[in-house]
Design a protein around this ligand. Structure first.
Ligand code: GUN
Ligand code: ZN
Length: 442
């Protein structure tokens, strides 16, 4: 097949390393740049003037001048099956799970429901500029099939897995240590490494898995190279007391996962609010990652994430929306709330650090920075195009900005899905891919 070459022009920004460590040298910025894409991968990036001189004159060129092009956002923690209970009133974690979450997840026994929500979910991520997500499905294997299939049809990078829970949950959502293990293994065979899709072993949290299930989850995670593991840790005070009663011998909540071999590269833990320095040292030493979920942590009244301590210990950190406890699919709105969480902790989140976390930082926390997160040559060409003039207020405030840093900060504080002018996946405008969607086969 002939190679396809296309390009986009606009203001372009991406990160090559962590700005907290490397300052201005961590990023590359072109006020008027062109990103050239061959077969869905970055071919070259440079100033528009230079690039125009060397690209074929008949190239497909999307002109986004006046807009800002960034690598697609990476959402490191979200629940697709909670899409329909976002913004549910009144509870903290454990009551919220019982009252809203478990009933909503029960509906995913129906494959048609799962497929409909999965399609909406992927479209909503893309509408918000998120091109990669690490997502929880439900306890039903078919819910995993539905999400992988929706992502595949849109050519997205997506990590998900069957939720494991064999105790302390309603009967209608319960697997067994054995069935959960067997179903997970079948899903790994079917999906892991297919197209851009990756599998995550998914024990919901230590409270809903028996020691036997936890042992098997850790074993599966260790057995298969490249597999992920996702769970929740140290989110809510009552949850932590409960874990301490269930695992009286563990030094800490995180230590429970550690004891079952569930910490390591490609393990991602949501929340990580109530950890101590010994826990943080273990996360750093094992290469596990934290997902900072500010809108969820504020919505459920869980607590304030300590980014400075995570950073000081060199732990990988990404941003998660944690929909449906999180209140927005928008990474911009999530960065806005991250800023406020850190304010309450007497910490600061610069716009540069924030956009790093939402792109390359997220990719690094998922060990995917050789594929996504920046515009290095050969990387998958996923990007978001932000419109700094998207609303009257944005336009007015932008007129008062003197620097790129200031403009980025205004974008993350005032921006949301309205500021996303376009999202591209593998170089092309995002959406159902005509050659991959079922409807096109007929
Ligand atoms: N802990 C265990 N399950 C969940 C969940 O679905 N959402 C959140 N925020 N925390 C959890
Ligand atoms: Zn979660």
């Amino acid at each position: 097949a002939p190679q396809t070459l296309r390009a986009v022009r606009g203001e372009i920004l991406h990160f090559l390393s962590d700005p907290a460590a490397y300052g201005a040298a961590a990023s590359e910025h072109f006020a008027d740049g062109i990103l050239a894409i061959r077969d869905g991968h970055v071919a070259e990036l440079g100033p528009a003037e230079d690039m125009l001189a060397k690209l074929p004159s008949d190239i497909v060129l999307d002109d986004y001048r006046g807009k800002l092009i960034l690598p697609g956002f990476v959402d490191t923690h979200i629940h697709y099956a909670q899409t329909d209970i976002i913004a549910s009133y009144g509870e903290q974690l454990l009551a919220w799970l019982e009252r809203y979450t478990f009933p909503a997840e029960a509906r995913f026994a129906d494959p048609d429901h799962a497929a409909a929500v999965a399609s909406f979910f992927c479209d909503e991520l893309l509408r918000n500029g998120t091109t990669t997500a690490m997502a929880f499905a439900t306890v039903h294997g078919t819910s995993v099939d539905a999400l992988f299939e929706a992502a595949r049809q849109r050519r997205m990078r997506l990590i998900t897995g069957k939720v494991l829970m064999d105790r302390n949950c309603p009967d209608f959502l319960r697997d067994t240590a054995e069935s959960g293990d067997a179903e997970s293994r079948a899903l790994v065979e079917r999906w892991h490494g297919r197209d851009r899709l990756l599998y995550a072993v998914t024990p919901r949290f230590a409270a809903t898995s028996s020691p036997e299930q936890m042992t098997r989850a850790g074993r599966l995670f260790a057995e298969h190279p490249g597999l992920y593991l996702q769970s929740h840790v140290a989110e809510n005070r009552c949850e932590i007391e409960w874990i301490a009663r269930l695992y009286p011998d563990a030094r800490s909540y995180l230590n429970v996962y550690d004891g079952f071999g569930q910490l390591g590269p490609r393990s991602v833990y949501a929340h990580c609010i109530w950890l101590d320095d010994a826990d943080r040292a273990r996360m750093a030493a094992t290469g596990a990652a934290m997902s900072f979920c500010p809108t969820s942590n504020l919505f459920l009244g869980s607590g304030l994430f300590d980014l400075a301590s995570a950073r000081a210990q060199g732990i990988r950190v990404g941003i998660g929306t944690d929909v449906g406890a999180g209140t927005s699919f928008s990474m911009l709105q999530t960065l806005n709330e991250a800023y406020k969480v850190l304010q309450l902790n007497n910490q600061r989140l610069s716009a540069t650090d924030a956009f790093y976390l939402a792109t390359l930082g997220g990719a690094r926390s998922l060990y995917l920075d050789a594929q996504i997160g920046s515009f290095l040559s050969g990387h998958e060409a996923d990007f978001v195009v932000l419109d700094p003039q998207a609303t009257p207020l944005l336009a007015r405030r932008m007129a008062n900005c003197a620097s790129l840093d200031e403009r980025l900060f205004v974008l993350m504080m005032l921006g949301d899905d309205r500021a996303v002018a376009a999202t591209h996946v593998m170089g092309e405008p995002a959406g159902l891919h005509p050659a991959l969607s079922k409807n096109s086969k007929t």
